[in-house]
Design a protein around this ligand. Structure first.
Ligand SMILES: [Zn+2]
Length: 448
């Protein structure tokens, strides 16, 4: 009877009849009765959204974020399918967004485009090196412009972690270095468009592997952690590359990295593509800024007293006093006058004698070894002296030398002028000021 009624009348009346039929069928056994499923489906033919009928059929209403199915009643199977489809859509969307972000990352501004050219060059560069892959980091809070870190990509050490430790240190050095000179000292300084590339190897072995495959002219790992090359295949994107390999003890590692990074900063600040040529100034300044305090957690400060060079400085000062006593002009030291006059040519010859590219007499080798070591140590000591003697009596003079060096205009005569040296007596006085500072003030600093 209910079934008969369900065939006629208004929609409401028909559904009412079907419900009664459902009640009946679920309470008593009725011969040849339609199944509950059939009855509920009949209701849905009339009211496709009928909640009760759907629930009775075990359907689930979709209340998720997939707009197409919002509020719809679905069988369990369809529900699972919709969820799976939605997840897939979301994943595709995320992938698209990531790809778009990646594309934008390498194209969004002049820096990004130069970074992309640099990346392409080095990807090709390392493609000949078995087992070496790079991951790139730039323009992030940890690796701010203009640094462009190319970190060896392997499970350990984690490249991201490496970038986030090294990036802030290099950025701190760059900031301190730039703030350390009066306006107008640098003929060139670009924090936003020019790329400053740093390649970071997982360890010494990996750097040696790189060297073996196409970079045999690079220095070996006699250095503990880093070296800078002023060579660039894409001079419109970057000037030179800082190479760093991990594994050295922290203090040594950072000192060498900051030393070499200062060479890179000096080169970036230069007027042209060439590096500044003056050995004592270039090495001294790298030692000066490379002498840091702090660590990756606390942050770094620079320009501190360099304990590692103190023994050399101390014996140079002693040798000066001995020579003075004997009325001699030379010994195991360089007077500021001697040092300021050593140019790149002489320095190169000494270095060549030392690594046997030029055959020198034993005496020449000894002298070259001493002078090269003194150029590093006294170069640093002289800069430290300029900054700290009598509250920076010669600081301005040194800054003017940096100004000239960065423009390839350094000369001994101009140094003499900046320092106020007009006569031999002036130079004698400077010797005394300098070596006394080295002997006494530095000893106090060393013992602190
Ligand atoms: Zn150096």
């Amino acid at each position: 009877m209910y079934l008969a009624n369900s065939k006629k009348g208004s929609d409401e009346e028909r559904v009412d009849a079907l419900r009664k039929a459902i009640d009946l069928v679920s309470q008593v056994a009725v011969k040849q009765a339609p199944s509950l499923e059939e009855l509920n489906n009949e209701i849905l033919k009339i009211f496709p959204d009928d909640k009760e009928a759907h629930k009775a059929l075990g359907h689930i209403q979709y209340l998720g974020a997939y707009e197409k199915y919002k509020g719809k009643w679905l069988t369990k199977e369809d529900y699972a399918k919709v969820q799976k489809e939605w997840r897939k859509l979301r994943e595709e969307e995320a992938k698209r967004k990531a790809e778009e972000a990646e594309r934008l990352k390498w194209t969004k501004d002049a820096f990004a485009k130069k970074a992309a050219r640099t990346r392409d060059y080095f990807k090709k560069d390392v493609s000949k090196v078995p087992g070496l892959k790079l991951k790139f980091f730039f323009d992030t809070p940890q690796v701010p412009k203009p640094y462009f870190l190319m970190v060896e990509d392997r499970p350990s050490p984690d490249p991201q972690q490496t970038a986030e430790v090294l990036g802030p240190g290099l950025a701190a050095l760059r900031k301190t270095f730039a703030a350390g000179y009066p306006k107008g000292t640098f003929p060139n300084w670009d924090d936003t468009e020019f790329v400053v590339p740093v390649m970071v190897f997982a360890n010494e072995k990996s750097y040696e592997n790189y060297r073996k495959h196409g970079h045999g002219f690079f220095p070996g790992t006699g250095l503990a952690a880093a070296f800078y090359t002023s060579h660039s295949e894409i001079p419109e994107a970057f000037r030179g590359v800082l190479y760093v390999w991990q594994g050295a003890k922290e203090a040594k590692f950072y000192h060498e990295v900051f030393h070499e990074a200062t060479h890179q900063l000096m080169h970036n600040a230069c007027k042209g593509e060439r590096m500044g040529p003056t050995p004592w100034l270039e090495e001294g300044i790298a030692e000066y800024w490379g002498t840091y305090q702090g660590n990756k957690y606390k942050g770094f400060t620079f320009g501190h007293f360099l304990h590692g060079r103190f023994p050399t400085i101390q014996s140079a000062a002693s040798s000066y006093y001995q020579a003075l006593k004997k009325g001699k002009k030379t010994g195991s030291f360089l007077t500021p006058k001697q040092m300021l006059g050593i140019d790149q040519k002489r320095f190169e010859i000494m270095k060549r004698i030392l690594d046997n590219r030029i055959k020198g007499t034993p005496q020449q080798r000894i002298e070259a070894g001493l002078t090269v070591s003194l150029i590093y140590a006294q170069g640093w000591a002289f800069i430290y002296f300029c900054y700290n003697f009598k509250d920076g009596k010669y600081k301005e003079a040194f800054e003017k030398m940096v100004h000239d060096e960065l423009r390839y205009e350094y000369s001994f005569d101009k140094c003499a002028e900046y320092l106020g040296m007009k006569s031999d007596e002036d130079w004698e006085r400077l010797n005394k000021e300098f070596f006394l500072f080295c002997f006494r003030t530095m000893r106090r600093l060393a013992n602190r």
